[in-house]
Design a protein around this ligand. Structure first.
Ligand SMILES: Nc1ncnc2c1ncn2[C@@H]1O[C@H](COP(=O)(O)OP(=O)(O)OP(=O)(O)O)[C@@H](O)[C@H]1O
Ligand SMILES: [Mg+2]
Length: 229
């Protein structure tokens, strides 16, 4: 595989505590890599490390062959990475429209039009403060904000948490379309059904390490064997 994005030997944590203990993974252009695992195993910590919010004590991160492990989050963003975090995914004090466009690159408005049709909630709540949205609606806003950036790599941390089934289907359709256009995704999910439908690669974390991995759609039984508490 020629990797759009790869990470190797990542070691990171908070203060004196080590959470990630040598994690590796890779994803090609047009592929979705799922990061699975039960609560508290380090999935979000990995995403923060990949975006540069958490410095790694060891390891390498490469985007299109370029080492980016030393770059701060804004620089990784400029290099072409979009990050939709699990927590505090939107600016509560800003309107839905400002959340979408405050940091959007040129051309984002045109890219929003088909997405706004798919997710009518965004147009209906356009002028409303994002803090008034439900948890699932905030996830949709964050997902769409990321989608209109049109970057080469998108990191999604639990994008479907609290999102209704019909909107999960719409998110999946967007991911498929963007993959077809060459975007790569790394997706953290508790939603195994989504991984079964979308994954080109997957890995399961436990206690900050990769305990299982594979390519193609994962077998539910193989995943569950590694996820059970
Ligand atoms: N800011 C922080 N400071 C200290 N410890 C943290 C911090 N954030 C997370 N941790 C700890 O790191 C470990 C991994 O947390 P992380 O959020 O990465 O797990 P997760 O796999 O994303 O869990 P979940 O499925 O619940 O989102 C946990 O033990 C957690 O308590
Ligand atoms: Mg998490």
């Amino acid at each position: 595989m020629s990797a759009r994005f790869e990470f190797r030997g990542l070691v990171a944590g908070y203060g004196g505590t080590t959470i990630l203990r040598g994690i590796a993974g890779a994803v090609a252009a047009g592929e979705v890599l799922f990061v699975l695992g039960r609560n508290g195993v380090g999935k979000s910590t990995l995403m923060k490390a990949l975006m540069g919010f958490l410095p790694c004590r060891e390891g390498a991160v490469r985007l299109d062959g370029r080492e980016i492990g030393g770059l701060a989050p804004p620089e990784r963003r400029r290099a072409g990475i979009t990050y939709c975090p699990q927590e505090r995914a939107v600016f509560d004090e800003l309107s839905v429209a400002d959340n979408l466009f405050l940091t959007a690159p040129p051309g984002a408005a045109a890219r929003l039009a088909p997405l706004a049709e798919r997710f009518p909630i965004l147009a209906r709540r356009r002028e409303q403060r994002a803090g008034t949205l439900s948890g699932g609606e905030k996830k949709i806003l964050s997902f769409v904000r990321g989608a209109i950036e049109d970057h080469s790599l998108v990191l999604l941390d639990e994008p479907t948490e609290g999102v209704q089934a019909e909107n999960i289907e719409r998110m999946e359709a967007v991911v498929r379309e963007q993959c077809a256009a060459g975007t790569a995704f790394v997706v953290v999910e508790q939603n195994l059904a989504m991984a079964e439908r979308l994954a080109d690669r997957w890995l399961v974390l436990d206690k900050g390490q990769v305990v299982a991995e594979g390519s193609g759609r994962p077998e539910r039984a193989a995943i569950i064997a590694h996820i059970q508490v």
